[in-house]
Design a protein around this ligand. Structure first.
Ligand SMILES: Cc1cc2nc3c(=O)[nH]c(=O)nc-3n(C[C@H](O)[C@H](O)[C@H](O)COP(=O)(O)O)c2cc1C
Length: 195
């Protein structure tokens, strides 16, 4: 069965990220074509990445990073829950991504974001990061407003249009996730192999 992680994007006390991740899972669990699991970056207590060699060169040294990398390797696709901090993703999510590389290569991802402008600026930054990590990121996304989807900016109350945008995002993600399984299985020659 295709496995998709719903990855939180923030770790602060009082964060919305885990609420949003659990909400996405409650909708995703209605699908029969993939299994979904919430993966909370806060659980991994990752230090700031400071190792001698990048994960693209081989496995990391620290136990926390190894546990995180092993968890991410379990999945075929990812929904990233994206909190917008200073017009980008959180430092916590960027740091967590700096611990992995091959674990994400040739897999697929989608985004559920929030912020004053729907978290769109953060999602665009994350797309750039995931491109470098050779992740196929889908177009359809769930963008939620701090003004309408969070009562008093603090209680998660998703609007109907936000809820309605989850399924189209998942539809594309599951489709691309399954397609990328064929890429990892070697069904296609790597680009440039014949050059
Ligand atoms: C350090 C920090 C910077 C922020 N910068 C932005 C920002 O640039 N744009 C925005 O729309 N919201 C910004 N916010 C508001 C957050 O998007 C909002 O607090 C959201 O709930 C944070 O996600 P979290 O609850 O998962 O931590 C910022 C919040 C924090 C804590």
């Amino acid at each position: 069965m295709t496995k998709i992680a719903i990855v939180t994007g923030s770790i602060r006390p009082g964060r919305q990220s885990l609420n949003v991740a659990n909400w996405v899972k409650s909708i995703a669990d209605q699908r029969a074509d993939a299994e979904f699991e919430v993966v909370d970056i806060a659980d991994f207590k990752l230090p700031v990445w400071d190792e001698a060699t990048p994960p693209s060169f081989g496995p990391g040294e620290g136990a926390e990073g190894q546990a995180w990398a092993a968890k991410m390797a379990e999945f075929d696709g990812y929904v990233f829950v994206v909190s917008e901090y200073n017009h980008s993703i959180t430092g916590a999510l960027k740091n967590a991504l700096d611990f992995v590389y091959g674990q994400l290569n040739n897999k697929a991802a989608a985004f559920v974001s929030y912020g004053s402008a729907g978290g769109a600026r953060a999602v665009e930054h994350l797309r750039g990061i995931l491109s470098e990590m050779q992740v196929a990121h889908v177009r359809n996304a769930v963008l939620m407003s701090l003004f309408t989807d969070f009562e008093n900016f603090s209680v998660f109350t998703p609007t109907e249009p936000a809820a309605a945008s989850v399924e189209p995002m998942l539809e594309q993600l599951v489709s691309w996730t399954k397609a990328m399984e064929a890429v990892r299985d070697g069904a296609f020659a790597p680009v440039g192999a014949n050059a």
